[in-house]
Design a binder for this molecule. Structure first.
Ligand code: UDP
Ligand code: MG
Length: 328
């Protein structure tokens, strides 16, 4: 029994409205590739009927479907991590459940891997999101590009393909707060990027509130870079040097012009500025310390309630071979 050529990993969180459309487009698109495949859905603690729909789909296509059911909502990136642990493909493609990334693009990504690339990133052509999201993404992309050694044109697009080596490396990582495309990039030997189409969300609404987006970007930056911490130390050094100059100036002024009482508010201004910097620094330290704390607790990162898969799932049969087997 060999392993399938492609695994498609899909995190699902409250997507009941969009799932039927996803099934209807994903499976035919994969069948058309005529490569052996499996689809691994990870239900990230949905509170709607998503789990039931996934169960039905598993019963419909048990030969190529696996379902990992989480005990609660652990977030998109941990859901993908769990999918990685339960997939067997030689290549792994991640995809969103909302059909914003067309499953028909998978073939082109695999063709790119056939040419020897081990990481295929994507750039969304004509991105169909709100103006604010596009603007914020652009700003975050630029910031990440400066602060980390990770080069991605469009970090937000989750439609990506990874080689088995990268997946194995990710499975070794016990990170709690992470960002899969960036983590995978650090293990990639020969990465490339292609342009893919982007569509509006098929149904339901975005699962990312502004708050969750900000948290995600903190994860991205702090997980891959110490630059914020270092920038802060440099700012600290710079400001203390300035204040030394200022104190010397005041001392000389005291000797020549005499005591100064009028400058009280200047002092306030400067003090507030320094307090602001200090608070920001403490907060930044907290971001890192908090992550260290989460990491050292060694808690299980997610709890799997059940895995739906057939013991004897034939791994490595193409759709044509399956149909032939059914006929005979
Ligand atoms: N998702 C998840 N857990 C979460 C939030 C989102 O598994 O806590 C899944 C969601 O079901 C979807 C994907 O992650 O398949 C991307 O979410 P969404 O489309 O809401 O994000 P956006 O496209 O707005 O960035
Ligand atoms: Mg989406």
């Amino acid at each position: 029994m060999s392993t399938p050529e492609v695994s498609v990993v899909i995190p699902v969180y409250n997507e009941e409205e969009g799932l039927p459309a996803l099934f209807a487009r994903l499976y035919p698109a994969l069948d058309a590739l005529d490569r052996s495949y499996e689809v691994v859905f990870v239900n990230d603690g949905s509170v709607d009927r998503s789990a039931a729909l996934l169960r039905e789909q598993f019963q419909r296509r048990p030969d190529v479907t696996r379902v990992v059911l989480f005990n609660g909502n652990f977030g998109q990136h941990l859901a993908i991590m769990a999918g990685f642990e339960h997939c067997h493909g030689q290549r792994v493609v991640t995809l969103d459940a909302d059909l914003q990334n067309p499953p028909e693009e998978i073939g082109r990504m695999l063709a790119e891997m056939d040419r020897g690339f081990d990481y295929v990133g994507t750039i969304r052509r004509l991105r169909k999101d709100t103006f604010f999201r596009r603007w914020a993404s652009r700003a975050m992309n630029r910031m990440r590009e400066h602060m980390t050694r990770i080069h991605m044109t469009d970090q937000g697009c989750m439609l990506r393909a990874y080689s088995r080596d990268i997946i194995d490396a990710i499975n070794e990582c016990q990170e709690v707060n992470t960002f899969i495309p960036a983590l995978a990039y650090t293990f990639a030997v020969k990465p490339t990027e292609i342009e893919v189409a982007h569509e509006e969300r098929a149904a339901g609404e975005s699962k990312y509130s502004l708050y969750k987006l900000i948290r995600l970007n903190f994860d991205l930056v702090t997980a891959f870079s110490l630059v914020p911490l270092q920038m802060f130390s440099f700012a600290g050094i710079f400001i203390s040097l300035l204040s030394v100059v200022f104190v010397v100036f005041l001392a000389i002024r005291r000797l020549i012009v005499g005591p100064e009482a009028e400058g009280l508010f200047t002092l306030f201004g400067i003090a507030f500025f320094l307090i602001g910097i200090a608070l920001f620094g403490i907060g930044l330290l907290g971001e890192y310390v908090g992550r260290i704390y989460e990491q050292v607790r060694h808690r299980p990162r997610f709890l799997v309630q059940a895995v739906l898969e057939r013991e004897d799932t034939p791994k490595g049969t193409t759709r044509t071979a399956q149909l032939a087997a059914q006929k005979s």
